[in-house]
Design a protein around this ligand. Structure first.
Ligand SMILES: *Cc1c(COP(=O)(O)O)cnc(C)c1O
Length: 405
């Protein structure tokens, strides 16, 4: 990284480059502070955050209610391990179960852990409840999926970058086209434990399935005796204008996988949420995590659930999302070749004549707007839900200038 270095920015980036593994390619900005929808770099320049840490910051940076919940808990106790009870896990689980309309919560930390947990639960359910022969259970997934970075999860990714060179892979997964419920049905057999899908594919570029897909999946799963597992780690918790993206079709999956915004952008917190007949299959000693269910994360998570229970963030995301989608649609034919939007979440495909998604992200950075590219030509827009309509207008105006200078 060679940039002019009057204030040490280049030095900071060079030091990170020298000592941090290169598993990311960050934009050249060094963030030092954040509040609401805005962050400030080490030189004092402000940027509107339209990534929200991949929707982990749905409530914005340092939301006062979340900071208060974390601060109060820091003054009491932060970690007990689950060798003992703590006084925060129960209230958090009760509130989250109620938000989801389910019985039980299994707390973990990262999204990938929630997915791994969901896979173990589905397999255990298949053997113990459905009667699938030992070690024969399969899980149907969708092409183009992103569920995390562990070796088992990349085993069913079709992204060459995510999986290439990391074999041998975990067997037991069948991938079918996303958005095609008939393909799922055709792939179901007596060994199928579950269908695992993102209701909207986030990393793929905010890919929205055809209307009716989730309802059709629900119907196939019911009829064929298969669990429906919704990975709502990025799509859930207010982002799309409803609590869950499944709500858009009035569908309730058997298992919710939650993460990202569940930790309020403060702590890693993920969860598997399901009814007792499914999640009850896991017994003591069969699964766990040292930090899973820790009182600090539970305190923050409980506050997140309380904020979602009022519905105000969902309503706000829906209204702002409509506004954003209308503005973005005006860019079609002016450097944008496709716009996909659901609530306050959009994927914009950039005309290759204008440049790559990365180049657009770099030019937006120079104009004070943070976005992230994905799959070459796409940029993702997922502002904190606390953003103002006027700020969105300003950001889209910057994008318009970048696309058609
Ligand atoms: C981010 C994400 C994950 C993985 O979450 P991590 O916390 O990064 O492990 C899983 N599923 C989906 C849909 C995601 O967007």
């Amino acid at each position: 990284m060679t940039v002019p270095d009057p204030d040490g920015v280049g030095e900071i980036i060079a030091s990170e480059d020298a000592h941090v593994a290169h598993n990311y390619h960050p934009l050249p900005v060094v963030i030092a502070r954040g509040e609401g929808a805005w962050v400030t770099d080490v030189e004092g320049k402000r940027y509107l955050d339209l990534l929200s840490a991949y929707s982990a910051l749905n409530f914005g940076h340092r939301h006062p209610a979340l900071v208060a919940a974390a601060t109060e808990q820091l003054g009491r106790i932060t970690l007990t391990s689950r060798a003992f009870h703590n006084d925060m896990l129960g209230p958090f689980a009760e509130a989250l179960a109620e938000l989801c309309g389910k019985d039980l919560v299994l707390p973990m930390n990262t999204g990938a852990e929630a997915v791994e947990t969901g896979i173990k639960v589905a397999r255990a359910w298949a053997y113990r409840v459905k009667g699938v022969p030992a070690d024969a259970a399969t899980i149907i997934v969708a092409d183009g999926n992103f569920h995390g970075r562990t070796t088992t999860i990349v085993s069913f990714s079709d992204d060459p970058e995510a999986r290439g060179g990391f074999g041998p892979f975990t067997p037991g997964f069948v991938s079918v086209p996303f958005g095609d419920a008939a393909a799922v049905e055709a792939a179901v057999d007596a060994h199928t434990a579950a269908v695992l899908v993102e209701p909207i594919q986030g990393e793929a570029g905010v890919v929205i399935p055809p209307e009716g897909y989730l309802r059709a999946l629900r119907e196939v799963c019911d009829r064929r005796g298969v669990l429906m597992i919704a990975d709502e780690i990025q799509s859930g918790l207010g982002r799309v204008g409803t609590t869950f993206a499944c709500d858009r079709e009035g569908v309730v999956p058997d298992v919710y996988l939650l993460g990202k915004a569940l930790g309020g952008g403060i702590v890693p917190l993920s969860a598997v949420v399901a009814n007792r007949d499914v999640l009850g299959v896991i017994g003591p000693g069969e699964h766990g995590s040292t930090f899973g269910g820790n009182p600090l994360a539970a305190a923050v998570g409980r506050q997140v659930v309380e904020m979602l229970a009022s519905g105000e963030f969902q309503t706000r995301a829906a209204a702002l999302g409509e506004h954003l989608a209308a503005k973005l649609t005006e860019l079609l034919g002016h450097g944008a070749v496709a716009v996909r939007a659901a609530g306050l979440w959009a994927g914009v495909d950039i005309d290759p004549a204008v440049g790559t998604g990365r180049e657009v992200a770099e030019k937006l950075l120079a104009r004070g707007v943070l976005v992230k590219d994905t799959h070459g030509q796409t940029i993702r827009i997922a502002p904190p839900i606390v953003v103002r309509a006027t700020e969105l207008d300003w950001a889209v105006a910057q994008l318009r200038l970048v696309l058609a200078p």
